[in-house]
Design a protein around this ligand. Sequence first.
Ligand code: MN
Ligand code: MN
Length: 459
Amino acid sequence: MSEKKELIYEKKTVYEKAGADVVNAAYDYAKGYTRFLDAAKTEREAVTECVRMAEEAGFLPYHFGDALKAGDKRYYNNRGKGIYLFRVGSESINNGIRITAAHLDSPRLDLKQVPVYEESGMCYLKTHYYGGIRKYQWLATPLALHGVVVKQNGEVVTVVIGEKDSDPVMYITDLLPHLAAAENEKPVSKAFQAEKLNILVGSRPVDGEEKDAVKMGVLNYLYENYGIVEEDLLSAELSIVPAAKARDVGLDRSMIGGYGHDDRCCAYPSITALINADDSVHTTMCILVDKEETGSDGVSGMQSRLILDLIGEITKALGGNEPTVRANSKCLSSDVTATFDPAFADVYEHRNSSLIGCGVSMCKFTGSRGKGGTSDASAELVGWVRRCLNEAGVVWQTCELGKTDVGGGGTVAKFLANHNIDTVDLGVGVLSMHAPYELIAKVDLYEAYRAFYAFYLFE
Ligand code: MN
Ligand code: MN
């Protein structure tokens, strides 16, 4: 008879299993991540930051058709909204590529193309929300404006307002409780409407204007500071994001609060692991894409053909066979999952939930209902990843997003799996997912980094 402790699986925390050195390293690692979060509130800003990190680590831009050899480190910047980094290994490309894939976009409020209007002495910007948000969370809180405006002559004007302490911030008004008796009786889905998510940007009329005097003040500001006229907003991508900075949370500073953990808390470990796994014999790749929050469609999403073009071109340059390369590749799709929250315990199934501090979380499948819309990784792949993580001493757990039939969610995993690439999802548990200020544990973030690093180097 074996010892009981050998027979029984017990989930343990990073604090119990990995010890003080790992926990201290996690706190250190979190500092770099916090800076990354503040510098990268949109996918465009995240790509800029990733390019900077990649170039600092010796990665060069890649162009289709470039010759490649072992040791080459390249990145492909996809229209400034996604980035694919890879390092050529010393072994045959036909052995496959070790891929991690995360996304850089986060839920937010995009400006409509004709956003500016004036009403009751106030100037507003109309928004169209992007991704899954709980609308009430965006009211009565400081917001910032980020994005680009493309002028008719092609000039791209970058806009960031609301991040510096001296900047003004944007704002959406909320109803005062004194007058909310009727609204309080409405279901949340009815009480908060998309067309009411209008950004207040001015209340001072311009002297001598009779109509739209406040709007004129706002347009004057944009023209004087950015050279933008109202028609330029037709060809713009401007987003409203929370103005708050990422901060340590908890008296023990064990957590990080910030906007856009989903999915930067997986993107940052992915890219830092790729950069640091410099001695892998495998060809390694880190994919950071856009548009996950809206279904991964389009030229910058994971469903774009670009991944096939890139693998095809890399394979050709190294004299391999593309179907063989994809069949032998392995991918960790790295997206966040929901951390068990005792305040909302009834939507979780505790035994199969991601628990805070218990390390990086593996979702064998995502989707909803009867595993609808998932690629469901094979037991063989999960077994291989299990061996990889355990041999490296990574603290990890398995999880589902919540109770069966309560809801669900998906990510980019299936789009890679559809290309005949063995893929499983491994990411960080998040509290208050998709809120303007999300929460993660530092040790879980760091175990994601250690997991991706181990994956790039294993076998
Ligand atoms: Mn995500
Ligand atoms: Mn998401």
